[in-house]
Design a protein around this ligand. Structure first.
Ligand SMILES: [Fe+2]
Length: 309
């Protein structure tokens, strides 16, 4: 009952005086300048006990109206899919990085999630100052690259701005002794991309891909491109781009790219991920609450191939 009440309040706040027809499940329209209809929450994720649940977003640091609207949709999904943490894929701050900027471009946007004790883990993008690693809410513990673990899943946040020898050695050493069921790396520049403005970071790919292959990295998450793209598995590794968390580069995904399994470049978006044993479920949600991609990926060590819905 408490949860439903909270949802009604959330929906009412979201509507800004527009039409509100229900708590969680119904559409409503917002009477603000950029009117939009938000779709009902429809999870494709299993929400199983003991699973590892998280949200993925990138290129968020604008404080824009769109970023706020996307955060509202994230919050609505937290009701139905209580994710424990958020991976930020870089460009966490565009422009200034004064305390006031951290407030307007991060804290004010995600304050309700922060209030629910959702933990954010950041990686550094090309617009980010290195000192962000000391900002408490980014949980980088003063490091430009770091590892943490949840259940059987190891997460590696890398600094793709400077993939120097020190970082590569650290990565190899950590992976060498890592017997986690899943190894997920996240960093800013995408090794594979169908973006018209940036495209694949091929130099970076040449350096990191052999390490990922040697040590059985399962999934790579990147931003930089302001759209969503799921890349066809490359040498068995699953690559995603989710960089439309604060900006959108509409129509930037090249048509008929041989890399694209699925792409969405018409609105801002974020990813929800749930790992249940040897399966990784994902669902990608737009600013209007629509599901624009979803599927299940099998752990590469297990028998069976990818299976997308
Ligand atoms: Fe970037």
């Amino acid at each position: 009952m408490k949860r439903i009440t909270a949802s009604i309040l959330t929906a009412a706040v979201l509507a800004f005086g527009g039409l509100v027809s229900d708590a969680i499940g119904q559409s409503y329209s917002s009477a603000n300048q950029n009117e939009r209809v938000v779709s009902p929450v429809k999870l494709t994720l299993p929400v199983e006990d003991g699973s590892v649940r998280f949200l993925v977003t990138g290129d968020t640091g604008t404080g824009s109206k769109g970023q706020h609207q996307l955060a509202e949709v994230m919050l609505r999904h937290h009701e139905a899919f209580p994710y424990e943490f958020v991976l930020m894929l870089g460009d966490n701050m565009y422009g200034g990085e004064k305390p006031a900027d951290f407030k307007t471009k991060f804290e004010n946007v995600y304050h309700e999630l922060l209030g629910r004790k959702v933990t954010f883990y950041a990686t550094l993008g090309n617009h980010d100052e290195s000192n962000q690693r000391f900002y408490g809410h980014f949980n980088m513990k003063g490091e430009e690259f770091f590892r943490f673990k949840r259940g059987g899943v190891a997460f590696y946040s890398l600094n793709s701005n400077y993939m120097d020898k020190r970082q590569l050695k650290w990565l190899e050493d950590e992976l060498e002794k890592d017997d986690s069921e899943w190894k997920i790396t996240f960093f800013h520049h995408p090794p594979y991309s169908s973006g018209g403005s940036h495209g694949s970071s091929t130099g970076l790919r040449q350096v990191v891909e052999p390490i990922f292959l040697k040590h059985g990295v399962n999934v790579v998450l990147a931003g930089h491109e302001h759209f969503y793209e799921r890349i066809k598995p490359q040498k068995g590794i699953y690559y995603f781009i989710s960089g439309a968390g604060g900006k959108l580069r509409k129509g930037d995904v090249k048509k008929n790219s041989p890399l694209t399994q699925k792409a969405f470049d018409q609105d801002m978006s974020f990813m929800l991920v749930e790992i249940v044993k040897d399966q990784m479920h994902f669902q990608v949600i737009s600013r209007t609450g629509e599901t624009v991609d979803s599927g299940v990926l099998m752990n590469q060590k297990k028998k069976g191939a990818t299976d997308s819905k």
